[in-house]
Design a binder for this molecule. Structure first.
Ligand SMILES: [Zn+2]
Length: 60
């Protein structure tokens, strides 16, 4: 019996500006522009590592 592949959420990565199935909502650094409550942005695994971003709800 074959199992369907694990569901993947594809989201738009705001850092490299493209779709990625590893994109996660990340917590932005404190000072980003005006700091007027920026809505959540998605970053893929690669960009999170590169820019040292912390995914929301992924505390270990
Ligand atoms: Zn990315």
């Amino acid at each position: 019996m074959s199992r369907p592949p694990a569901p993947r959420a594809v989201a738009y990565c705001n850092w490299h500006r493209g779709l990625s199935d590893t994109a996660r909502l990340v917590r932005l650094p404190a000072d980003q522009g005006s700091g007027s409550g920026t809505p959540g942005l998605f970053a893929c695994a690669r960009c999170r590592e590169q820019y040292d971003l912390t995914p929301i709800g992924d505390q270990s």
